[in-house]
Design a protein around this ligand. Sequence first.
Ligand SMILES: Nc1ncnc2c1ncn2[C@@H]1O[C@H](C[S@+](CC[C@H]([NH3+])C(=O)[O-])CC(=O)[O-])[C@@H](O)[C@H]1O
Ligand SMILES: O=C(O)C(=O)Cc1ccccc1
Length: 243
Amino acid sequence: MYPNKDSIYAEPIGEVGAFKFDEKVAHVFPDMIRRSVPGYSAIISAIGLLAGRFCQDRSFCYDLGCSLGAATLSMRHHIQAEDCRIIAVDNSEAMIEQFRKNLLQDSGEVAVDVNCADIRDIEINKASVVVLNFTLQFIPVADRKAFLNKIYQGLLPGGILILSEKLRFSDPRQQALQTDMHHEFKKAQGYSDLEISQKRSALENVLIAETFVRHQQRLMSVGFSSAEVWFQYFNFASIIALK
Ligand SMILES: Nc1ncnc2c1ncn2[C@@H]1O[C@H](C[S@+](CC[C@H]([NH3+])C(=O)[O-])CC(=O)[O-])[C@@H](O)[C@H]1O
Ligand SMILES: O=C(O)C(=O)Cc1ccccc1
């Protein structure tokens, strides 16, 4: 059960193409995300704790951009509420296929629906917990407000959104420092300079990071009453937004 090691960008690639969540990425994803996102495991654990507190009886918990379902499984093992379901959605067929296989090995009792769809197209209803764990950053900036508005409208009173994102900083020195520290983190996790720079090119124009202030303003503008950072490790942060 050791995760497959990510070596996707280890050899020189003539022209680095845009990053895609294909079979190659799905195959190594647990290793890739753990070694690339500082604090990822801590965030996954906390999502379980938050779902334990906020999941309401007869409600839905949504995991949007679920990849292999790490946040879904964490929630599944902490939810105590009656008659709730987790709805996990991702538009990568490779991710969804692997997640369905993994789910067969999980003994949790909460019902889980796994859907291959674009999260901009799904309906959100009777939600007590919505998780966007490093997913909004891949949605075109122009679509983000309408999408968050749909989430807000689908939340029950007392519902929460957990929004984790790679952040950008308006101060150029802060941006340079935090980016550099993230690269140091990746080096300490065993990635080479070549792997770091080739993946960085692949993510250009694919992962669009925004500042915390921009996220907070947008969340408040669609109706959330509060949005604050509960976790940050360099340029990776997680926000709790309260309806
Ligand atoms: N429009 C879209 N519709 C559906 N899915 C999408 C869309 N755009 C991107 N995705 C999906 O969002 C996921 C982002 S990874 C999330 C990690 C996970 N949350 C985790 O807690 O392990 C984060 C990362 O790799 O940095 C991928 O699986 C995409 O296919
Ligand atoms: O690897 C990076 O530099 C990131 O910003 C995070 C990430 C992790 C997994 C897939 C895509 C991006």
